[in-house]
Design a protein around this ligand. Structure first.
Ligand code: GH3
Ligand code: MG
Ligand code: MG
Ligand code: MG
Length: 303
């Protein structure tokens, strides 16, 4: 079986100002896909943002906001810029087709449509999207621990900083560093150290369980926990839960001079983004507090 025969089911948004065109496309796609629809551009954008479809079939000619304007708005917004668009239109000159592709469309289908052709082209775009999503997940994930990597952390921090700045909401950050991990490796061996890093990452995921929380491997045996829309008290709660999770795991560290089990030190910072502040300020603050937690004897958090 080649990938072209593979069943790829997706959520597809059909945008057209004529209900009968929506019905035709719905009939062609409904057996394989979940089909959403919108009768104008503004509603299409709202649905794209809230439902995040895998693919959009877009009419070019619509009263008010036309397909090209919708396409432009989709690509301009980070929440919708990765959704592929297929133009479906009665316009069929090379100029129309070029204009659609120039606006960022992934493909172009002429009306009247053939159901089998629509299904095939939709399948192709869904497969490409899936492959792209898988690749993106791969470049954003730390292979050893399965949590986000530094690249993903930097991206998300920038995004949440802007988002929370707009709403004047707090962003909190925990910088977490394993205590005496060099001695751990020296005593138990590097492979055992690797396994332990993954276990500590798991404990962090349990401690920061909201959907918007991000646990990332910041580098080596240092982790960052990004907590958008959570204030300092909430962040302290996450830090305490993490220390509790590690107590429960009870990982032995016979070579540690401070404790016979594996512990972490944590720096906690919380800020409401202001006009002249930068996300790096939040990281620096948490880092400085982490350093204090280390100097203060490890196995503790500092605010
Ligand atoms: P401190 O309590 O001051 O943080 O002491 P430490 O020994 O944890 O800190 P240090 O920075 O001296 O050493 C970090 C250690 O983390 C050394 C390095 O080999 C280990 N480490 C970093 N990345 C990995 C990894 O991917 N796997 C393993 N097993 N060890 C790692
Ligand atoms: Mg139309
Ligand atoms: Mg360390
Ligand atoms: Mg370190």
């Amino acid at each position: 079986m080649s990938w072209t025969d593979m069943a790829v089911n997706g959520r597809i948004l059909v945008v057209d100002d004529a209900m009968e065109n929506i019905q035709i496309l719905h009939a062609a796609l409904q057996d394989e896909h979940e089909v959403l629809f919108a009768l104008d551009g503004p509603r299409a954008l709202a649905i794209a943002r809230s439902q995040h479809p895998d693919l959009i079939l877009l009419d070019a000619v619509m009263p008010g906001m036309d397909g090209y304007a919708v396409c432009k708005a989709l690509f301009a917004a980070p929440e919708t810029s990765d959704i592929p668009v297929i133009f479906v239109t009665a316009l069929k000159s090379p100029e129309d087709e070029t204009r659609a592709l120039g606006a960022g469309a992934a493909d172009f289908i002429s009306k009247p449509v053939n159901a089998a052709v629509v299904r095939a082209r939709v399948r192709t775009q869904l497969t490409v999207k899936r492959q792209r999503d898988a690749l993106r997940a791969l470049i954003l994930t730390d292979a050893l621990t399965g949590v986000a990597n530094r690249r993903a952390f930097d991206e998300r921090l920038d995004m949440e900083w802007r988002r929370c700045g707009r709403g004047q909401l707090p962003v909190s950050l925990l910088m977490v560093d394993i205590d005496h991990f060099k001695l751990y490796n020296d005593h138990y061996g590097h492979p055992a150290g690797d396994t332990t890093l993954a276990e500590v990452a798991g404990a962090m995921r349990r401690a920061a369980g909201r959907g918007q929380d991000l646990v990332a491997r910041y580098g080596g045996e240092e982790f960052a926990i990004l907590l958008p829309q959570l204030d300092e008290q909430g962040a302290i709660g996450v830090g305490r839960r993490l220390m509790h999770e590690l107590e429960t795991l009870d990982l032995p560290h016979a070579a540690s001079p401070t404790s016979q089990r594996l512990t972490v030190s944590i720096g906690i910072s919380s800020m409401v983004p202001r006009e002249h502040s930068l996300p790096a300020d939040l990281v620096q603050a948490a880092d400085a507090l982490l350093y204090q937690a280390k100097a203060g004897g490890r196995n503790q958090y500092r605010i």
